[in-house]
Design a protein around this ligand. Structure first.
Ligand SMILES: [Zn+2]
Ligand SMILES: [Zn+2]
Ligand SMILES: [Zn+2]
Length: 214
């Protein structure tokens, strides 16, 4: 509680009366609010909760800065998204060119057409010479090197670099990062050096009826 008032005091001394987060690789939520972090002397990012409580109680006002995706297992921001095999979920997949042989209508992976340095149709054994005349490359497909799955729609998976677990992107946690601006009630608390005395005196915090001294 005492530290929370110190934070309000420190913010009130800033010309902007706002505390703006900075990117931080050491913070589990990707940002740190340096001034609050120093006052609380906590690991970077842990000041978030105190700032949120102060906002919930109208001492601070939130302003949108960023929206992040957190790991649903450990709530940390260090996640990567990648395409994996939709059958076995291995990340060991690669794009492969396809070939469509006009003469026999066969469509298959390009590597299946390679024979002694030449392009030969594996279905009809006919050599392919001219693209656009003998054959075309219709599209690319993903091929899994682990289970041999192939297809055009791999699965997108979240991979947490903090806890090592994987997750469905639909289950990821969204975290909105705010800057916080001192409210009139926050300024009063900073001046009085107490949160509780404000709460006991509703008259002076009644912003609606203009009885608040700011
Ligand atoms: Zn063929
Ligand atoms: Zn696979
Ligand atoms: Zn995690």
């Amino acid at each position: 509680m005492k530290k929370a008032v110190e934070i309000l005091k420190a913010i009130s001394k800033l010309t902007t009366t706002s505390i703006i987060p900075k990117l931080s690789l050491n913070s589990p939520i990707g940002y740190t609010w340096q001034l609050a972090n120093e006052i609380l002397s906590c690991p970077p990012g842990n000041e978030f909760e105190t700032l949120e409580v102060l906002s919930d109680n109208n001492y601070l006002e939130r302003n949108f800065i960023d929206k992040l995706i957190l790991c649903p297992h450990c709530n940390e921001v260090h996640v990567a998204f990648r395409e994996v095999c939709s059958q076995c979920h291995s990340a060991n997949i690669q794009l492969q060119d396809m070939i469509h042989h006009f003469r026999c209508g066969f469509v298959g992976k390009e590597e299946g057409f390679s024979r002694l340095g030449k392009i030969v149709c594996p279905k009809c054994d006919y050599p392919l010479r001219h693209i656009g005349v003998d054959y075309e490359r219709p599209s690319q497909i993903q091929v899994c090197n682990s289970c041999n799955w192939s297809g055009s729609s791999p699965f997108t998976e979240g991979h947490c670099l903090s806890c090592g677990k994987n997750f469905d992107p639909d289950n990821a946690i969204e975290r909105i990062i705010h800057s916080y601006t001192l409210t009139p009630q926050g300024l009063l608390a900073a001046e009085n050096g107490s949160l509780s005395s404000i709460n006991n005196n509703t008259e002076i915090i009644d912003i609606q009826y203009g009885t608040l001294k700011i």
